[in-house]
Design a protein around this ligand. Sequence first.
Ligand code: MLT
Length: 255
Amino acid sequence: MDTVAVNGINLAYTRRGKGNPLVLVHGFPLDSSSWSEIIPFLEDRFDLILPDLRGFGRSTTVESPYTVSDMADDLAGLLDHLGIEKAALAGHSMGGYVALAFAKKHPHRINGLGLVSSQAAADATEGKERRYKTAADVAEKGVSVVVEAMTQKLSADVRVQEFVRGVIERQSKQAVIGALKAMAEREDSTPILSSFNFPLLLIHGDTDQLIPMDRAKEIKSINPSARLLELNGAGHMPMMEFARQTADGLMFFAE
Ligand code: MLT
């Protein structure tokens, strides 16, 4: 992994393959290793850029509160560092929120947007309150709180559960708390969906227990030109549960 200094943090990333630049943005509370299993299917066609979002994996963080839009700016700084003007971005869940914030702030730098198990709407009041409660619990008891709350919801596949448990346990309290607050305060991205002048791809599992498939269908109803890949039998981790099919879906950005 390499690191680059951007926006007061050291952002860690991996770069693999050759082709059109494709940034794969991981979800919460994971890191770029969540994409490992699909890299072999994509690296012949893409210049893959796999960042650890601030605080996660090997990236450092800041003490002060930050937003999903700040996380998107970190990615813009990474692309600057790599000399890449435009890229496709595919974000998994929270990574999708970051990709949407990037599309809002840096629309001229994006030539494709993928939302994997994600959504465009902001949190309703209850969801927001739940995040602050979880953040307080993590501050008191540690990341085991989210390990217990999320592992089984991320996937019904025991192999995937074991993997994500290990990844979550490695994350710092500070990263988990910072991201929970950033997600709670994120803006509704629904209003920008119909303004996209680049291809929009939606990949969603029909047994996702964290973000239901209906969220992807709502996006498609607002932007009917979006391509929706429905994965029957996939939960919230399609890049592991259905790696080949998820990679085939992402080939949309190589067309
Ligand atoms: C994720 O997988 O990134 C999270 O479940 C997203 C969320 O909590 O909204």
